[in-house]
Design a protein around this ligand. Structure first.
Ligand SMILES: [Zn+2]
Length: 181
């Protein structure tokens, strides 16, 4: 047995989805507790009622997938709420990361946020259970960065985040390959 062990290869580290975390939008003014009519994107004659204060909407996307998340959870935001939030100019006052998630990250239902003040980085990793395709939504310095990564094949999907590739890889390792620490 001992002999065999000497030849045993160290196994490739396996990725693991981290536990997810709610990412909450900032507290909102009561004035926003109104019903807004927002057209469906596929059929503009169809209108949904969106309420920004409650983060609620009458569309099927909201009722089927989003309504169970906590009252200020960013995962409640359907396309119509996103539209209403932009129309109200709210996203301008929120930390930039929210715009990046609301615009690019809506297909993910699990998030893990990493705030790294030393590197002026605010990162949300989006993932869906065991699916190896993850989304990276980040604001590093003043600039937003969006990228896709396959944690199984360890490869970027589409465009690499040119300026921050090495840094983001380190962060991915910490979050999705914790045994390597
Ligand atoms: Zn909606």
């Amino acid at each position: 047995m001992r002999l065999l062990n000497r030849f045993k290869r160290r196994p490739e580290p396996q990725w693991r989805p981290p536990s997810d975390q709610p990412i909450e939008v900032p507290e909102m003014d009561h004035e926003l507790n109104v019903r807004l009519r927002v057209p469906s994107r596929s059929d503009p004659s169809l209108l949904f009622d969106a309420n920004i204060f409650r983060l609620s909407c009458t569309c099927p996307n909201f009722s089927n997938k989003r309504s169970l998340f906590g009252p200020r959870d960013v995962r409640r935001i359907c396309p119509h709420l996103y539209q209403a939030i932009c129309d109200a100019g709210l996203d301008q006052n929120w930390p930039r990361l929210f715009s990046v998630i609301m615009q690019h990250g809506r297909r993910f239902f699990r998030f893990r946020r990493v705030t790294d003040r030393a590197n002026q980085a605010d990162i949300a990793f989006g993932f869906n259970g065991e699916e190896p395709h993850i989304g990276i939504f980040a604001v590093i310095g003043p600039l937003p960065t969006v990228a896709g990564y396959n944690v199984q094949d360890r490869m970027w999907i589409g465009d690499r985040p040119a300026d921050h590739e090495a840094y983001l890889k380190q962060q991915i390792d910490k979050v999705f390959f914790p045994e390597n620490d």
